[in-house]
Ligand binder design. Structure first.
Ligand SMILES: Cc1cc2nc3c(=O)[nH]c(=O)nc-3n(C[C@H](O)[C@H](O)[C@H](O)COP(=O)(O)OP(=O)(O)OC[C@H]3O[C@@H](n4cnc5c(N)ncnc54)[C@H](O)[C@@H]3O)c2cc1C
Ligand SMILES: *[C@@H]1O[C@H](CO)[C@@H](O)[C@H](O)[C@H]1NC(C)=O
Ligand SMILES: *[C@@H]1O[C@H](CO)[C@@H](O)[C@H](O)[C@H]1NC(C)=O
Ligand SMILES: *[C@@H]1O[C@H](CO)[C@@H](O)[C@H](O)[C@H]1NC(C)=O
Ligand SMILES: *[C@@H]1O[C@H](CO)[C@@H](O)[C@H](O)[C@H]1NC(C)=O
Ligand SMILES: *[C@@H]1O[C@H](CO)[C@@H](O)[C@H](O)[C@H]1NC(C)=O
Ligand SMILES: *[C@@H]1O[C@H](CO)[C@@H](O)[C@H](O)[C@H]1NC(C)=O
Length: 536
């Protein structure tokens, strides 16, 4: 039902643009008047910081961090203005002016939100784009293990690169795709191939700076532990504009090992995936083995292909002997393995095969204005799926064109942090599924077909995944699970997606939200609602 409401909003804004050209001119003029009053900005710089729709930079800046081509069409709702802050007072003024003028503010760091919530809205809105907030300072000695302050508009690739410049054995546990932005990723939880060894990204966040609803800047001390708790997994967009995070680094061996093994039906993919469920979440925390299941695109068969991708924090000999003992069905041989440095393993996960020929500088590439069409959903598995059930699933999945399931093992040290210590609740699951579809042809037919297939896959997975509620990973944004227009029913609507993303942590998130932003200024289609006034 919420899905339908959301689409009606979008459809409405497609046919009758809510933010008309005339309206956006008024918004620009009002905003600039306020912004100039609140800052010392010169007229020269103003045109680089506040962009009207008629600015030549408007479209390139907007498109630079669109990461889903579904939201790059002529009918996609556009912001009335874009603010590109260069210094903190710009961010503070943006918040104060948006609030004074009663404008919906969308905050964008890397733009990787799968449903585009950082730069699309059904109502008239403006975008605060943090892509100039990309400073990173790494201190390899701090606190003994090293730390870094990283601004939210930096990318994960930039953070990895800056750490590597100082030390080859220091690393940071976060996402695998280097263009992902720090702002959304870190505040939403964050995980990558170090999750079983070191836990989530938020388990390594020790400080943050944020602009609150009154335009005041806080660090951990002045914001208080409640808000600092919420910023670790509850998503930034509900609470303020996060300017930077301070993170603790981790150390990795000088040599790590990666391997990939691809299986089709006739090579017992079924047996392997079945057994994987028992091994991958329980084995050595230094081993992360991801499985990708997809219907074969080249040669149609009645089942899916399974592709295993793994990182081991150690030498090839060790992981081979471990797997020979724990997972003989895999048939892992030393020839399947490649030993390399940590930074090279990041390049390998980016699909560079010959990592000796690639420079780590590719981690700095932002690839502006490039995207495919995509949709993602997520699920959590708590109990191994039986072989006959898996077999039936494989056969159904094989009929769904362009639908893939990515299985990410949990376990290891992920549960070393208590479920209520950060806002991220899913620490005791066996593995996470990302439902994934990606395509290149524009137009509504392809979109209907592939998103339809993805929803079918999600439906057939129902019996095998978490229930009451069916859990989702907040950073795999999925508006299908509920949206909020923040009308009279805002709390009730927020509770629907909120409990799926945050489980038992939802109630504390609502209390924090109500305390720091009682009028619900920082909101989007899936933000944390405030408590109804009758319950405050
Ligand atoms: C190609 C790709 C690969 C991915 N791989 C992984 C992965 O390996 N592991 C993983 O955990 N996730 C992964 N993700 C998901 C990713 O972590 C989330 O999409 C994340 O929220 C993106 O952060 P962003 O800053 O790029 O996004 P944005 O779209 O800029 O922001 C996402 C949300 O956070 C809010 N927000 C952003 N910045 C701020 C800020 N400074 N202050 C307050 N609120 C803010 C936005 O308003 C929005 O609601 C991937 C996504 C993509 C597209
Ligand atoms: C600037 O803002 C102050 C309040 O902060 C207000 O009193 C003043 O009138 C404003 N000036 C202009 C030129 O808008
Ligand atoms: C980044 O660092 C430089 C050099 O210290 C500084 O001039 C600039 O203002 C910083 N940028 C932001 C957005 O903080
Ligand atoms: C496609 O599948 C058929 C039947 O399994 C097989 O004979 C053929 O070699 C396969 N072709 C390719 C290109 O893999
Ligand atoms: C958006 O569409 C334009 C064509 O209209 C294309 O040139 C550009 O690469 C696209 N960008 C993204 C992010 O999809
Ligand atoms: C964490 O999970 C492991 C099994 O993966 C279990 O042995 C251990 O007791 C758990 N620890 C906590 C604190 O729940
Ligand atoms: C987390 O839960 C435990 C009990 O399970 C409780 O003792 C502790 O105070 C809680 N911590 C927080 C931060 O709420």
């Amino acid at each position: 039902m919420y899905l339908i409401i959301f689409f009606v909003f979008f459809a409405a804004s497609y046919s009758i643009p809510l933010s008309s050209a005339a309206e956006s001119v008024t918004i620009y003029e009002d905003f600039v008047r306020c912004f100039k009053n609140k800052t010392t900005i010169s007229d020269d710089s103003l045109s680089d910081v506040v962009l009207s729709r008629t600015s030549v930079s408007f479209t390139p800046v907007l498109r630079a961090y669109i990461r889903n081509a579904r939201f790059n069409t002529s009918t996609t709702p556009k912001p009335s203005i874009i603010i590109l802050p260069r210094v903190d007072p710009h961010v503070q003024a943006a918040v104060i002016c948006a609030k004074t003028l009663n404008l919906q503010l969308k905050i964008r760091s890397g733009g990787h939100d799968y449903d585009g919530l950082s730069y699309v809205s059904a109502v008239t809105f403006i975008v605060l784009d943090l892509s100039n907030y990309r400073n990173i300072s790494v201190d390899i000695k701090d606190g003994g293990g090293g730390s870094a302050w990283v601004q939210t508009g930096a990318t994960l690739g930039e953070l990895y690169y800056r750490i590597w410049e100082k030390s080859e054995i220091h690393a940071f546990p976060a996402g695998i795709c280097p263009t992902v932005g720090v702002g959304g990723h870190v505040s939403g939880g964050g995980y990558g191939h170090l999750i079983r060894k070191f836990g989530l990204t938020i388990d390594h966040v020790v400080d943050a700076t944020i602009v609150d609803v009154n335009g005041q800047i806080h660090d951990r001390k002045s914001m208080g532990e409640d808000l600092f708790w919420a910023l670790r997994g509850g998503g930034g967009g509900s609470f303020g504009v996060v300017l930077a995070f301070k993170v603790k680094l981790v150390t990795v061996p000088k040599t790590v090992t990666v391997f990939r093994i691809d299986k089709s039906t006739d090579q017992n993919a079924l047996d392997i995936v079945h057994k994987w469920q028992f091994v991958a979440p329980r084995t050595d925390p230094g081993l992360f083995m991801r499985v990708l299941l997809a219907s074969p695109t080249k040669n149609k068969t009645s089942t899916v292909n399974a592709k295993l991708r793994a990182l081991y924090l150690g030498r090839a000999d060790d992981v081979v002997s471990k797997m020979t003992e724990e997972f003989p069905e895999l048939g892992l041989k030393k020839e399947d393995c490649q030993e390399m440095t940590w930074i090279q393993s990041l390049l390998w996960w980016m699909n560079h095969v010959d990592v000796d020929k690639v420079k780590p500088e590719v981690l700095l590439e932002r690839k502006p204005d490039s995207a495919k069409f995509l949709k993602r959903k997520s699920d959590y598995v708590e109990k191994e799926i039986t072989k006959p059930e898996l077999n039936r699933l494989f056969q159904k999945l094989a009929t769904l064109d362009r639908t893939g399931l990515v299985l990410n093992p949990y376990g290891g040290n992920l549960n070393a942090t208590a479920v209520n210590e950060t806002a991220f609740p899913h620490r005791h699951k066996l593995y996470k599924i990302q439902h994934s579809t990606t395509w290149s042809d524009a137009g509504p037919e392809a979109e209907r077909l592939y998103i339809g297939n993805l929803r079918t896959a999600y439906r057939i997975m129902t019996p095998f995944v978490s229930k009451n509620p069916r859990s989702s990973y907040f950073n795999y944004r999925d508006i299908d699970i509920g949206v909020n227009d923040h009308g009279t029913d805002s709390y009730r609507k927020g509770e629907i997606y909120g409990r799926k993303y945050f489980g038992e942590n939802f109630d504390r998130l609502v209390r924090v939200k109500t305390a720091v932003d009682p009028e619900n200024f920082f909101r989007n289609e899936q933000s944390i609602p405030t408590l109804p006034t009758t319950r405050r």
